[in-house]
Design a protein around this ligand. Structure first.
Ligand code: HPA
Length: 235
């Protein structure tokens, strides 16, 4: 057990897929894995371990924001000896040319967050994906003919904001979209010398206010989830 995950040693696979939402973790486990066992439900952050095409994979929730994914991913890497975490989430597009349902493989997470500096004395506002997962995902997407984009993404600490102008960091780093977790995940992986990637589906286009409804969200992520699962087979 770790402080926030109640699985026993050996019940978490070396590869973890991490959606934000616990019910999305359950949806993936129920619909896409075989031989599933629920291994943790502390704070309703459900974790499931099962097999995808014979390969052991754990799926569990990160919650929202850098502090939350910071806790779960740190404990998975450190206490459960996990090698690789792939976040599978949603994002808001900053560009009208980046459309609903498009999938992004995050190259660099750019953030105003103090997480990396405060936790590990990692300076700067940009942290890259860590290890080989990013390249494996891009190669897998090519093999499966799934169109994806890669580039810098804003990991924001804030969802609701009074100032409607684009944040400075978005302009500085040329961020294509915004989410709230990749920066802390990449910081933990960098510090602990582990592997981390982030796949995002565009759920909102901020300039036009188009968005995928809550109902549509569940199924609309299947393309990204399949890509993540197929990529796991090569790790
Ligand atoms: N902001 C932050 N995170 C998000 C958004 C957003 O607009 N959409 C999906 N995740």
């Amino acid at each position: 057990m770790s402080l926030h995950i109640s699985a026993s040693q050996g019940e978490i696979a070396p590869i973890v897929l991490m959606p934000g939402d616990p019910l999305r973790a359950k949806y993936i486990a129920d619909n896409m894995l075989d031989d599933v066992k629920q291994v943790s439900q502390t704070r309703n952050a459900f974790y499931f371990t099962g097999k995808y095409k014979g390969k052991a994979i754990t799926i569990g929730a990160s919650g929202m924001g850098c502090p939350s994914i910071g806790i779960y991913s740190y404990e998975l890497y450190k206490d459960y000896n996990v090698d690789c975490i792939i976040r599978i989430g949603t994002c808001g597009s900053y560009l009208t040319g980046l459309k609903l349902y498009e999938v992004i493989n995050v190259d660099v997470a750019c953030s105003e967050s103090t997480y990396a500096r405060y936790a590990f004395d990692i300076g700067g506002h940009n942290i890259k994906h860590q290890g080989k997962a990013f390249d494996i995902i891009n190669d897998t997407a090519k093999t499966l003919s799934v169109p994806i984009r890669s580039g810098p993404v804003h990991s924001s600490d804030v969802f609701y904001r009074a100032d409607t102008a684009l944040p400075e960091i978005v302009i500085e780093c040329n961020c294509m979209a915004v989410e709230m977790e990749a920066f802390a995940l990449f910081a933990n992986a960098k510090y602990l010398n582990k592997t981390a990637a982030t796949l995002l589906t565009v759920s909102d286009v901020l300039p036009t206010k188009e968005h995928i409804s809550a109902d549509q969200r569940e199924r609309s992520l299947d393309k990204m989830i399949n890509l993540a699962l197929e990529s796991c087979l090569k790790m």
